[in-house]
Design a protein around this ligand. Structure first.
Ligand SMILES: *[C@@H]1O[C@H](CO)[C@@H](O)[C@H](O)[C@H]1NC(C)=O
Ligand SMILES: *[C@@H]1O[C@H](CO)[C@@H](O)[C@H](O)[C@H]1NC(C)=O
Ligand SMILES: *[C@@H]1O[C@H](CO)[C@@H](O)[C@H](O)[C@H]1NC(C)=O
Ligand SMILES: *[C@@H]1O[C@H](CO)[C@@H](O)[C@H](O)[C@H]1NC(C)=O
Ligand SMILES: *[C@@H]1O[C@H](CO)[C@@H](O)[C@H](O)[C@H]1NC(C)=O
Ligand SMILES: [Cu+2]
Length: 602
């Protein structure tokens, strides 16, 4: 037997003690977390500002649980803003009250108030994440959710030596709420961010080189919160994932040992930018996206859109020593301004001198459409016996939604007009009470269920030039009603109104299969013949290609009100959003549960 440190032995003994004390009962447990939403002065890019955080951390704490566990998160709002938190990608079967988007499934948690999110993890395993779902607070209010497989169930790939969470984000030197408020007033696009971050740090950004001083702060990647089971879950997770990271102020460092394989759980928490992720000299093997296993495939570049998560295996096969650059850069293949600053981190082989050279890599060009398309085309569901792809084959509802920008009159705006966005020419208007409450209590006057299932007028959606007559949108709080368990095919069609752009569309409450994608206008006669109905990728957020379309399918087996929106925050703000209302079924477990007693009121 290998020599183990005394503290490891102590932990092992404690683990055994717990197994004796809590036999089998640990099969599915209740995990308690407390999220204090607090301001925290934070310095990046040589300047300091107060940011909204959970528990003073940026990125916020990681939630760790197993499939079948129930998670209770008590959110306490200590800031001046209204707050709500979304558990991005969690199915929330019958528990829409815990989904989180403000004014969709709940009223906001007002300053001084508390709300307990209560949900069970069913049929999902992998990486998801949580983020604020109100205003632009998710810029700094976000963190990882790790769903481990059920106890004793292995990953469908070789067990990695260690795991690490890699949260990608954007940083503005200005107050983020001031950035979007300024844009809403002018009717123009908001300022792009000043840098991207990897686990909170931009790395070597030339505009700020005074941060070379190295601070080494060991930080555990997961924070297990005070609970009666703290120690058991610590051990439970600790053995598989205990992993210390070192934050250098000059950037984030990922320590590896030559010959070992690591799993990176990558999350794009950026507000407005799709990102490329690359590590110099190393191939990555994609094994899971959005908490669904994929057929493993090797790539040197990962494309990840806001809202998406991607697990990759990284084999440290370049040793025995060396330092390799990790680069995160934007993907934008439309004439739209983005933050073009590359964030950097370092892959550091153990035994390498800190001051040695780092092997560099060039990020793909910003407009590298082929790199992006190649990545998207490589994704396939694992579709194994244990993890089948249950693609709906018979379709009850076939929908076509155009997604894109528009321009509406605005007398107080800079140009007398404002940029808006919409779906099927509807710019969604947020209600002042929650849609789920209005649905559950049958309150009239909050929404209508006449969202158009097809574009109200047909035109060449992807024409090089759009006539000005296509610019204006209609406004309203319109929902699309689905009966329980109906199967839906939804074609998301980008438009070239103002400009074609790649939109990462996120559906709450469901996973869907992307059965097809293409450029130009969707052809309902020809394109379905090429659909992949065997092993299409299953996920919760899909990047619709710029000037193209993506066809998704899902089964409406989750009663409630489910938001669907572009996960570029600027487009959501401009109105690229709608919701599905899914009626109750007839069976005993086919209806929405009643609201919890502490549900915030408006
Ligand atoms: C942040 O710093 C300012 C100026 O030093 C101070 O007034 C404020 O109280 C600090 N805020 C927090 C949340 O620590
Ligand atoms: C969480 O919700 C379940 C129903 O889904 C309920 O039985 C349980 O009491 C709730 N727990 C708390 C702490 O509210
Ligand atoms: C946005 O950028 C403009 C031009 O650089 C600057 O004048 C303005 O102050 C910025 N707005 C915010 C909120 O930082
Ligand atoms: C911890 O256990 C005690 C006694 O069993 C119980 O009263 C308390 O509510 C539990 N706390 C949590 C956070 O579950
Ligand atoms: C917070 O939410 C409540 C309920 O919707 C609303 O009345 C209030 O105006 C909001 N506060 C702010 C500062 O927006
Ligand atoms: Cu979301």
């Amino acid at each position: 037997m290998e020599m183990v440190a005394p503290w490891v032995r102590v932990l092992m003994m404690l683990a055994m003690a717990f197994l004796i004390l809590f036999p089998a009962s640990v099969d599915c447990m209740v995990r308690h977390y407390k999220f204090n939403v607090v301001m925290k002065n934070t310095s990046r890019l040589c300047s300091t500002k107060p940011i909204v955080t959970v528990n003073g951390k940026f990125p916020g704490p990681t939630i760790v649980a197993r499939e079948d566990d129930t998670v209770l998160i008590k959110v306490v709002n200590h800031v001046k803003y209204n707050v709500s938190i979304h558990w991005h990608g969690i199915r929330q079967l019958r528990t829409g009250w815990a989904d989180g988007p403000a004014y969709i499934t709940q009223c906001p948690i007002q300053p001084g108030q508390i709300y307990m999110y209560n949900f069970t993890l069913t049929g999902q395993r992998g990486t998801l994440w949580w983020h604020a779902h109100i205003l632009w607070l998710r810029a700094t209010v976000h963190g990882a959710i790790v769903i481990l497989p059920k106890r004793g169930v292995p990953y469908p790939f070789p067990k990695p030596h260690k795991e690490a969470i890699v949260v990608l984000s954007e940083w503005w030197k200005s107050d983020v709420e001031a950035v979007i408020n300024e844009a809403m007033k002018s009717g123009l696009a908001p300022n792009v961010s000043d840098a991207h971050t990897i686990n909170g740090y931009p790395g070597l950004v030339s505009s700020c080189l005074s941060q070379d001083s190295i601070y080494v702060v060991p930080v555990t990647l997961f924070s297990l919160v005070v609970t009666n089971r703290t120690i058991s879950s610590y051990i439970d997770y600790g053995f598989s994932i205990m992993f210390f990271f070192f934050f250098f102020l000059g950037g984030f460092t990922l320590p590896v040992e030559a010959g070992k394989t690591y799993m990176l759980r990558i999350i794009n928490a950026a507000l407005n930018e799709e990102l490329f992720f690359k590590i110099a000299g190393h191939q990555l093997t994609v094994v899971e996206v959005d908490a669904v296993y994929t057929k493993p495939f090797k790539t040197d570049t990962v494309l990840i859109a806001p809202g998406q998560t991607t697990n990759v295996l990284l084999t440290a096969n370049r040793g025995p020593a060396g330092k390799y650059l990790v680069a995160v850069s934007p993907f934008m293949d439309a004439p739209i301004a983005v933050d073009n600053v590359t964030a950097t981190a370092t892959l550091h082989y153990s035994g390498t001198l800190d001051h040695g050279p780092t092997i560099l890599t060039n990020p793909p060009p910003q407009n590298a459409t082929p790199v992006a398309a190649n990545f998207a085309d490589s994704l396939r569901s694992l579709n194994s016996k244990l993890y089948p792809a249950k693609v709906p084959l018979k379709i009850d509802r076939s929908l076509l939604f155009t997604i894109g920008l528009g321009v509406n009159p605005c007398s107080t705006c800079v140009n007398g007009s404002r940029v808006v966005a919409g779906i099927n020419n509807v710019t969604f208007v947020m209600p002042t009470v929650s849609l789920l409450q209005a649905h559950f209590f049958n309150t009239s006057g909050v929404f209508t269920d006449d969202f158009p299932g097809n574009p109200p007028t047909q035109y060449n959606y992807t024409a090089a030039l759009q006539p000005v007559t296509n610019f204006q949108t209609e406004t309203g709080t319109k929902l699309y009603r689905l009966s329980y368990n109906s199967t839906v095919q939804l074609v998301l069609q980008d438009t070239t109104v103002i400009a074609a752009e790649n939109h990462p569309v996120h559906l709450h409450g469901f996973n869907f299969f992307e059965v097809g994608r293409g450029l130009g206008n969707f052809n309902p006669k020809k394109d379905p013949k090429k659909f992949n109905l065997v092993d299409p990728v299953e996920r919760n957020t899909i990047s619709v290609p710029s000037g193209g379309w993506s066809a998704i399918r899902f089964r409406a087996d989750n009663p409630g009100v489910w938001f669907m929106h572009c996960h570029l925050e600027v487009h959501t703000t401009w109105g690229l959003k709608m919701a599905f209302v899914v009626d109750n079924g007839k069976g005993p477990s086919e209806s929405l549960l009643p609201p919890p007693t502490d549900l915030p009121i408006c």
